[in-house]
Design a protein. Structure first.
Length: 310
């Protein structure tokens, strides 16, 4: 694909879709930012698009696909997914759903430590674009790369997507950790134990372990779990301050995917008999079954064991 002046249609004009539209426009590509509330119709904005980028939250993925399936889409169009969530019914990632809906097109995932307010400010950041189609991933890499946005490529889309998705659960736990003032040691312990938990789930689904040590895994875990800019972190922090989940969701600006992901992740873990202690405590906390302090106590009081195990 010639890299000059591509037409990029972004579906979902929430904070992430908007931040991505600025990256595209700064690189002098033609960006069409669309949401279900736009006056333009979807058919006109996808016409001749080189890339259809989905930046809707997980609950918007299936409705968006249904709208697009009735329209004519060239097989040359690259689908790019920036959603970080899991489908509650099938437990599939967003890109897996896009792939099965449009099997004849190339699919790429974009995921990394990319808190949108910092991207909006044009602060330096890095991300990963991942696909089984190397050419498509490299085309997306060129479209988004700039002096302030460094884009890497890998060929493990599932691992890339799951890193960004699973860390949202850990970000809730991390917000609790900071809100209860548990200290730097506790935070280091939490994040270090969170990564193997994410890897256990990811590799059981076919993702590569090494991907979780990259930007979309460890990188996004560090960013999201250490920043009050993260909505998922805010959920945990506010729970630690005694707010109810209902109050938090009402006050929260934007989507915290980790709330839904925790439930789906626990379902996966129970079905596949995977050990996910942090996720389990986050789940019970979100359900109102335990207090934040009880979640901490439950994690600390578990049976002793070796640090590394299969
Ligand atoms: N914000 C960030 O820093 C980052 C976010 N992400 C991921 O990107 C995704 C979007 O996040 P973000 O932009 O922050 O969230 P927002 O809550 O700001 O925006 C959500 C978007 O999804 C759309 N949407 C929600 N439900 C539906 C539906 N049923 N049908 C169609 N569209 C729907 C919304 O449309 P409408 O406005 O009409 O409601 C809106 O455009 C999430 O999966 C998030 O994890 C990834 C990286 C960074
Ligand atoms: O994924 C993100 C940063 O990489 C955004 O995190 P939140 O959805 O928690 O705000």
């Amino acid at each position: 694909m010639n890299q000059k002046n591509k037409i990029i249609t972004i579906i979902g004009s929430g904070v992430w879709g908007t931040a991505l539209s600025k990256l595209v426009s700064r690189n002098h590509h033609h960006c069409r930012l669309w949401s279900r509330r736009s006056l333009e119709n979807l058919e006109s904005v996808i016409h001749d698009a080189d890339v259809i980028l989905s930046a809707v939250s997980m609950q918007g993925v299936r409705p968006t696909i249904e709208d697009l399936q009735s329209l004519e889409i060239s097989q040359k169009t690259i689908f790019l997914s920036a959603t970080k969530g899991l489908d509650p019914i099938t437990t599939l990632t967003a890109s897996q759903i896009w792939q099965s809906a449009f099997p004849n097109c190339s699919h790429v995932v974009l995921s990394g430590p990319n808190l949108s307010p910092e991207i909006e400010q044009n602060l330096p950041a890095a991300t990963v674009v991942s696909s089984h189609d190397t050419q498509a991933a490299e085309a997306i890499q060129l479209i988004f790369s700039s002096d302030t946005f460094r884009v890497y490529v890998n060929s493990d889309p599932l691992g890339t997507e799951l890193g960004g998705t699973l860390k949202n659960v850990m970000a809730i736990a991390s917000g609790v950790c900071d809100g209860l003032n548990l200290g730097t040691n506790a935070k280091a312990a939490l994040l270090t134990r969170a990564l193997p938990e994410m890897i256990r789930v990811g590799t059981s689904r076919g993702a590569k372990q090494e991907t979780f040590f990259g930007l979309s895994g460890l990188g996004d875990l560090l960013a999201t779990c250490n920043s009050p800019l993260s909505r998922n972190y805010q959920v945990g922090y506010r729970l630690s301050q005694g707010q109810t989940l209902e109050q938090i969701i009402t006050a929260l600006k934007g989507t915290a995917e980790g709330i839904n992901t925790t439930e789906v992740l626990l379902k996966i873990a129970q079905k596949q008999d995977l050990y996910v202690p942090i996720t389990y405590q986050v789940y019970r906390l979100l359900k109102g079954e335990i207090t934040p302090q009880e979640a901490v106590n439950n994690l600390m009081k578990r049976d002793l064991k070796a640090e590394f195990y299969e």
